[in-house]
Design a protein around this ligand. Structure first.
Ligand code: BGC
Ligand code: BGC
Length: 799
């Protein structure tokens, strides 16, 4: 942000904003200037806000409260409506390009800013727009930015000063690209590790989350009371998601939080007051409900608690169409949220309808004008504090705008590498660590040389992984490369034996096996248990052991998981979380160049069922555990029993918008990662059924075929689908050499909404673990779920 000493002198004091609530302002729509004499009791800042409000038309006021996504608006729309804020969602890059060069972000920021600052008729004030982004582990939407470990790793460092430096580095990188605001930190207290957002949480311990959260807010925004606060090199922070996101039943994302409200507050509200003390600019409302009431419409908690009791004076922003989930609301119609205390609606696509309806609802009195003025006042005040009111300077002209030399700079990468090393938690070590100097090390596992996998979700794309390759990360270092570099510097050597084959090389002194969870974000990462299923790492560890090579397991994950089998066979085991772009920090610890100081901020489970532990009895390793490398830390043999692993009876191939591990979707031999993309005449794009992008709309061109294959999980398939348009020609489903003509069935299904088809050997004799849908003519269907299951003998097919 730009430093405006005039504004900051007063606004730096945290108590300042309270003057606003009773501010007398001109309230009628389209009103001209307020002619009453200024209230001398108001500070200069508050007078500025009162003055602006008094000169704004109702249309312009409502536009300040609507936040569209950059994929769904153009600068021309911004010029016309003057939206107060815009965002880029995880899958939105500038000019519809997720892989846009960093320069494009700044260019688009300038375009939006210019569109919002053109002159207006009459006395209507010009209010620059601001842009918010999910810089949740560095400015990781942007190619070339420094990617820091996800919060779970930062929690393990226990180092608040480090977090503060990460916040400052992230803020600077955000400003380089012309963006003003980040939707971070997540201060969720994840209590059930089956939740797909566990890695966005610093800890299961509210006090630890509070400590890390305040440090991140101070790093991002600067320290209140100093000139640098929200000044150059600092951006607006958001504590999210208020509140209860980490407390949903069974760890279901966006789910239900139930219990005694005081107990819930003690866990999930605890991180907020210290962040508010630190001058926090915004709070994001949470998707979840509390005792049956969605947070976005919860006046008792959004207003009575957050505003009146906790004295939060910044902005409350909604989450992605979160208002639309309130009972009685839709994405385009939700006065309830505004009345409950939401200030800005995050309405990525449906902004036009919501804008028009909200406007009408103020006009007809459904939403009190005083509430609108209060919300607009908060938007203006935030902009004022951030120095963008009154000092019209385009993003590229600000101090750090376009300072490409500082994006992913050596200095920032050094901080990230330090964080990676400090986040490593050693769970077991029979003495193979630290690796001896002069050793020759084999490095194995498909994750070893994958910067995408080590970075996790919220990396360039929303889900991360998928089509990302190491080339998507200029300047970054894979864990493999880091091991090679650090080995070479210490007189050791390392080589890649990805699948464990060391043909031709001498027997290594040790093997590092790198494996773990594939990237995911939000509900896509929800799991039913904590069993780590993928056998690749386990098999590699066993193979090296059989050859007498000591092994080090490096486990990449967004949460603690049941890995007893791997813990048993490995000689050393390191929880590396999701370290991000600076993979060399892993080697710094393995080679003993940096002491192993990381400590668990989450309880590690001893069984695989996933029942929450939260420092209660029953953890294999409690919070605070982490071995140093000064002495050996052996482990007794652990039980390898896991009911979830042996229970047969079906498997999900496609669910919650995601293809299961080892399930592939291909069109003419080209992979459609997560059943998304365009290839061979087929286009599959994400659509929302019950949640964001949890289903796919699949368009078949003439003579196209979609091939699905995966591990065998039963003798039948159950597919939730709908056909919106009758097939224009023959459509068949083929498997195991048998073909079934489904033209008639799909024609009947057309226009009938979501339904299930069950495919059994009764109609496709060869039905196996591959399925092809082939269409002769253009055809479109939508798919929500594909599951394999065991059908009773002779069970019929149905559509
Ligand atoms: C994410 C967005 C993402 C969208 C996709 C949301 O839940 O937060 O950033 O682009 O879903 O529909
Ligand atoms: C997520 C938020 C995120 C927003 C914008 C939502 O789906 O829950 O954490 O800030 O999308 O991408």
């Amino acid at each position: 942000m730009r430093t405006f000493v005039r504004l900051l002198a007063a606004s730096a004091s945290v108590g300042l904003l309270s003057a606003c609530a009773g501010t007398p302002v001109q309230t009628s729509a389209g009103a001209a200037a307020n002619t009453s004499p200024p209230d001398t009791a108001l500070s200069a800042d508050e007078q500025q806000i009162a003055d602006l409000l008094s000169r704004m038309s109702l249309e312009r006021k409502v536009a300040q409260l609507i936040m569209p996504d950059i994929s769904s608006i153009t600068p021309t729309d911004v010029e016309k409506y003057r939206f107060g804020t815009v965002l880029n969602g995880g899958n939105s890059g500038p000019y519809n390009n997720d892989f846009a060069p960093a320069e494009d972000w700044l260019k688009l920021a300038d375009e939006f800013w210019e569109a919002s600052t053109g002159p207006l008729d009459g006395d209507e004030p010009v209010i620059p727009t601001i842009w918010g982004t999910d810089a949740v582990h560095g400015h990781a939407n942007v190619i070339g930015a420094t990617i820091f470990p996800h919060n779970i790793g930062l929690g393990a460092t226990g180092d608040a000063d480090l977090i503060r430096r990460i916040g400052a580095a992230t803020a600077l990188e955000i400003e380089i690209t012309g963006i003003d605001w980040t939707f971070a930190p997540t201060v969720a207290v994840a209590r059930d590790d089956r939740w797909g957002r566990t890695y966005e949480s610093y800890s299961e311990d509210p006090a630890r989350v509070a400590q890390m959260g305040i440090a991140m807010v101070e790093g991002l925004q600067g320290q209140p009371g100093t000139v640098g606060f929200l000044g150059d090199g600092h951006v607006i922070a958001t504590a999210k998601h208020f509140f209860g996101d980490g407390g949903t039943a069974q760890g279901v994302d966006q789910g239900e939080v139930n219990g005694n409200i005081e107990d819930l507050k003690r866990i999930h509200v605890t991180p907020y007051p210290p962040a508010i003390e630190a001058g926090l600019g915004s709070v994001m409302a949470s998707f979840n409900s509390i005792n049956g009431k969605k947070m976005h419409g919860n006046k008792a908690l959004l207003t009575d608690l957050l505003r009146d009791e906790m004295q939060f004076e910044g902005l409350v922003v909604g989450d992605w169409n979160g208002h639309g989930q309130i009972k009685g609301c839709t994405n385009t119609d939700c006065p309830q949220a505004m009345i409950a205390g939401l200030d800005v609606y995050m309405v990525p696509e449906d902004w036009k309808g919501l804008y028009e309806n909200t406007l009408a609802q103020v006009r007809d009195g459904t939403i009190p004008l005083a509430r609108i003025d209060e919300a607009v006042g908060r938007v203006l005040r935030l902009k004022q504090r951030a120095g963008i009111l009154g000092g019209e300077v385009a993003p590229s002209q600000r101090t750090y705008g376009g300072r490409w030399d500082l994006l992913g700079s050596d200095a920032h990468r050094a901080i990230a590498r330090e964080a990676v090393a400090k986040s490593m938690v050693v769970l077991k070590n029979t003495g193979v660590l630290p690796l001896k100097s002069g050793a020759n090390i084999a490095v194995a596992g498909s994750a070893a040389d994958s910067i995408a996998q080590q970075s996790g979700g919220w990396t360039i794309t929303w889900q991360g992984g998928g089509e990302l390759t190491n080339a998507s990360f200029p300047g970054a270092t894979s864990i493999l490369q880091g091991i090679k570099d650090v080995a070479a510097q210490g007189g050791s050597s390392a080589f890649l034996a990805e699948d464990g084959e060391i043909a031709g090389s001498a027997k290594p002194d040790a093997a590092i096996v790198i494996f773990g969870e594939e990237p995911y974000a939000e509900f896509v990462g929800d799991r039913k248990d904590l069993a780590y299923r993928d056998a690749e790492g386990l098999e590699l560890l066993r193979k090296f052991k059989a050859e007498g090579v000591p092994t080090v397991a490096v486990f990449l994950s967004g949460r603690p998981m049941w890995v007893n089998r791997e813990l048993n066979v490995a000689d050393a085991f390191v929880a590396a979380w999701l370290p991000g772009s600076e993979g060399a920090g892993v080697a710094d610890v393995l080679f003993g160049n940096v002491p192993a100081t990381g400590k668990l901020s989450f309880s590690w489970p001893s069984d695989c069922n996933g029942a929450p532990l939260n420092s209660a009895e029953g953890a294999l390793f409690p919070v605070g555990f982490g071995a140093s490398l000064d002495s050996a830390a052996p482990l007794p043999m652990l039980s390898e029993e896991c009911a979830a692993l042996t229970a047969g009876g079906g498997s999900d191939w496609f669910t919650a918008g995601r293809l299961a591990d080892r399930v592939k979707a291909l069109s003419k031999g080209t992979e459609l990662p997560d059943l998304r993309g365009e290839a061979g005449g087929i286009a599959a794009r994400g659509i929302d059924r019950n949640a964001q992008e949890d289903a796919r709309a699949i368009t078949f061109g003439p003579g196209t075929a979609l091939d699905l294959s995966g591990p065998q999980g039963g003798n039948a398939f159950r597919i939730t689908y709908q056909v919106q348009q009758r097939p224009a020609g023959p459509v068949v489903i083929a498997s195991g050499g048998s073909t079934l003509d489904v033209t008639q069935e799909f024609s009947v299904a057309a226009g009938k909404g979501w339904r299930e088809m069950v495919l059994t050997p009764a109609c496709i004799a060869g039905l196996g673990n591959a399925l092809t849908i082939r269409s002769d003519a253009p055809f479109a269907m939508q798919v929500y779920e594909i599951a394999q299951e065991d059908a009773a003998e002779g069970a019929e097919c149905s559509f």
